[in-house]
Design a protein around this ligand. Structure first.
Ligand SMILES: Nc1ncnc2c1ncn2[C@@H]1O[C@H](COP(=O)(O)OP(=O)(O)OP(=O)(O)O)[C@@H](O)[C@H]1O
Ligand SMILES: [Mg+2]
Length: 280
């Protein structure tokens, strides 16, 4: 499956010229797996204050193209605030956020989404009365809202893509069921699928396993690992078994900064991590 042009079929508005990634970047774009190692998202000394309290405090780290990254850390560490900054919901007091070659902090939330950053919130927001297929179709047809999606005519290619996404999120057997009768876990997968339909280059997922059964968690690990074959994925999660199974680099946040980074065995054996987080 190719990632870039023709991007998001014909449903996404083309980026404003100022948002555009230089043509040279696009034309030299390699599938993520081949290009792993080059940086896609760079946080540089980002600080966010709320009434003088620093939710992010000089936060710096980098996510590579095609990388799956987990973020852990105690409550209030700033994990969700990090995602708020990347998506333009919260503006930092200082620091830089670079996505590809674009300075994200100069962009609106909508422009950031158009750059290819998809974010999944904790509570699923699927359309309960529409089928799985229709939910995916609407996401594919128009990332900006369901109304335009209703008036969109699916091409054969689009149907194929909806089918592909449904397979990726393991919902191909319930494609015509209303989303309202899905389990909590299946709704979460559907929402991931709705983001995938828009072909993000970076997918941000905040606590996907919360409220899931053990079997659903295992499947979510599988889905996220597969999804990250074609894009970068950042997952915030408290469930350590889940994070271990993701089998990826882990960034430990504490008090708005990076406390440790590395594979899970490395970070869980770090004495500072044990002190502030695991040893609570
Ligand atoms: N809009 C806001 N106004 C004031 N304080 C905020 C705001 N958003 C976050 N905070 C504070 O910033 C800190 C970091 O919050 P954040 O939600 O990023 O933590 P988190 O690591 O996601 O925690 P959790 O694991 O509980 O989800 C917390 O102390 C929180 O109360
Ligand atoms: Mg949070």
């Amino acid at each position: 499956m190719s990632k870039y042009p023709p991007m998001v079929l014909n449903m996404a508005p083309l980026p404003d010229p100022v948002d555009a990634i230089p043509a040279a970047t696009l034309s030299s774009y390699q599938p993520a797996a081949l290009n792993a190692g080059s940086s896609l998202l760079m946080m540089q000394s980002v600080t966010v204050s709320f009434d003088g309290f620093k939710a992010l405090n000089d936060l710096s780290f980098t996510v590579s193209e095609g990388e799956l990254r987990a973020i852990i850390g105690p409550n209030g560490a700033g994990k969700t605030t990090f995602m708020d900054v990347v998506t333009g919901k919260t503006r930092p007091d200082q620091g830089r956020v670079i996505f590809g070659s674009t300075d994200v902090l100069r962009k609106s939330e909508a422009a950031i989404a158009r750059l290819g950053i998809g974010r999944k919130f904790q509570r699923p927001t699927v359309f309960e009365h529409q089928s799985v297929f229709e939910n995916l179709m609407m996401a594919l047809a128009n990332p900006r809202g369901p109304v335009a999606g209703i008036f969109y005519t699916l091409s054969r290619n689009d149907r194929r893509r909806v089918q592909d996404v449904a397979e990726q999120i393991h919902l191909q057997d319930v494609l015509h069921d209303p989303a309202g009768i899905l389990s909590h876990g299946q709704k979460q997968w559907l929402e991931i699928g709705m983001l995938l339909a828009q072909e993000p280059k970076l997918l941000l997922v905040d606590e996907p396993a919360a409220g899931m059964t053990p079997a659903e968690r295992e499947r979510t690990v599988e889905i996220l690992r597969e999804v990250s074959q074609a894009r970068s994925v950042v997952v915030i999660e408290h469930d350590m078994e889940f994070v271990r199974n993701l089998d990826c680099r882990v960034t430990v946040m504490h008090e708005g900064s990076v406390l440790a980074e590395g594979f899970i065995d490395h970070v869980v054996n770090n004495s500072e991590v044990i002190d502030v987080y695991l040893g609570r």
